[in-house]
Write a protein that binds this ligand. Sequence first.
Ligand code: MG
Length: 316
Amino acid sequence: MKLSHEIVTLRTKHPFVIARGGSSEYRVVRVTLTAPDGATGWGEAAPSRYYGETADTVVNVLPLLAQKLDGTDGWSLEALEHGLARAIRFNGSARAAVSAALHDLMGKRLGVPVHKLWGLDPAAAPPSSFTVGIAPDEPTLRARVEEAAQYPVLKIKLGSTWDERIVRMVRELAPDKVLRVDANAAWTPKSALRMIPLLQELGVEFVEQPLPPDDLDGLRFVRERSALPIIADESCLVAADIPKLAGVVDGINIKLAKCGGLREALRMIATARAHDMLVMAGCMIESSLGITAAAAFSPQGRSAAIHGAAAGSQAT
Ligand SMILES: [Mg+2]
């Protein structure tokens, strides 16, 4: 099994800014697996510095991952993904790229898309949301919301110096759209509880990651006082994180770059459902190749959406 790669720079139409900063350029790593029979599988790593990865760290660990595939025929996905996780503990996006390529390879060999291998109906996938990053001023925010006219669901990034004005403006500009907000860990319990009644009044559907990832007591405190569901993103990387979040938040955001592979994503869905939690799928800044791997399990999402799509739309 041969593993090759290419670094691709994605340029977003606008700087994509969230509570902890932003950029207009994002380097992803596209990988191609070539089996001895000539079949190929594709995947993409969308590394995030927040989780300790860059395109360079992805490229550095790919040889280690390739070693785990040496001499295999690529069919034993469960064992192979487990082997990748044992080879390197972190580096989730690098492992996810290889996992996606293995699944793509299997689908291509069998002549069916991955969602069909899993028995999923694409029509059951929830509608995706378009993310509106933190704008520097009101005219820019207005322009961004107007540009998103074709998207029925907006996810608004908060954790800025003007959060209240942002949500009020977006609601004025998009009176009929489903709105969600994501504070990317920037609030305190006090500021979250100050914002949530306003968000409820404006018809916001849920609040993603209001507090720092390790503040589970704070998240529980906020959730117990919140009329809106609270979703964990930065607090929830893999399935093993979920049991301790039961009763602390209402749902989780799954991202391949965090969990490290499609098998782990399926385990996260099963674990969250066992705890009666909402499941949404998110992404980093990635191309249509990266998000396609997540789209394969998106019909399993419950009451929330898969975020982003091609370069130019965004999540995190
Ligand atoms: Mg998020």
